[in-house]
Design a protein around this ligand. Sequence first.
Ligand code: NAD
Length: 352
Amino acid sequence: MAKVKIALIGAGNIANTHLESYRNVPDAEITAICDINPERLKITADRFGIEKRYTDVDTMLAELPELDAADVCVWNCNHAECSIKALNAGLHVLCEKPMAYSAKEAELMLEAAKKNNKLLMIGFVLRFSDDAKIAKDFIEKGYLGDIYYSKAQYVRRHGNPGGWFADKARSGGGPVIDLGVHVIDLTRYLMGNPKPVSVYAASYDNIGKRDYLKTNVGWIPQDAKPDDPCTVEDFATALIRYDNGAVTQLEAAYSINGEDIAKRQLFGTKGGMDLSNGVKIYGEYNDFLADINVNTKNFKGSQNLFDAEMSHFVDCIANGTECRAKAEDGIEVMRILDAIYESARTGHEVIL
Ligand SMILES: NC(=O)c1ccc[n+]([C@@H]2O[C@H](COP(=O)([O-])OP(=O)(O)OC[C@H]3O[C@@H](n4cnc5c(N)ncnc54)[C@H](O)[C@@H]3O)[C@@H](O)[C@H]2O)c1
């Protein structure tokens, strides 16, 4: 079988992670790479030995009709434009999370995919972790019963990456659209992709980026400069209600005066699940309250989550396998993200 010829659009941090993973996908061939920043383009292209290099997407797409697919790894504000151009050039597209800058843009992306009859997959990488696969299997076998509540927490005490991430014009927002997107999608996916019906949220920008050059603050973000502006929220909380009556409580932060939290919890009629550190199920068995600690280390299908995501993308193209991270889900998550920002701005619940 011919290999799937892929172009990377964006040559930054996550493009490097994707390229590492494509090395482990035998059916993938990296044909070209494009970035508007020539220095980053050179560093990444040299590192992975990619000869065809472009600083402009249109030129790349026009000059390389042999391409099968594009992997879009650019700033959030350019996801829609780059993806739509690639789809209209007849390529399948994997677009990093968040799907777009807004739900409206995301809808245009799906339209372009449908018009050109091409795959549009969204980089919801947490769906591809071993833990998520194991959790989904337990859930589908009924261990939790009906899930009516989940907690999605992605909280950094000091983790504003600065650079474009802190620039609302390019990112669309802060921890909600950058981190919250991951855990909103993961919990919704594990809950069976219910439809969001309303959102109530609050967000704050009290702390900002912190002065990360102070020795006691510690972490220095890659690529950021101390005087980069910060125009995004540093913390938000939201209650997302779904059409089946279930709700998700979100907490997302770049900066907060509290501990780092990476908790994903699901609460069902028969059992609860904690995905914070492996997979743990809380239940009632044999007339006892009892817990199952799943030994995830012996998982036969164990795979690095990015390797799993890239190989799934290539498998969908090469073999027509059904996509596990569809654009339709990307749109629902974008509607939730838009509603969080709208509710936080107005102080009112947003009905979707
Ligand atoms: N899945 C994950 O866990 C994960 C982690 C980090 C970032 N991301 C996502 O990946 C995307 C990129 O993030 P990053 O950390 O790699 O940022 P980055 O700044 O390191 O890289 C982005 C690159 O895109 C380039 N670019 C911007 N617009 C372009 C355009 N129109 N055409 C060509 N190149 C363009 C920039 O010059 C930059 O080099 C973001 O959407 C981010 O949310 C996902």
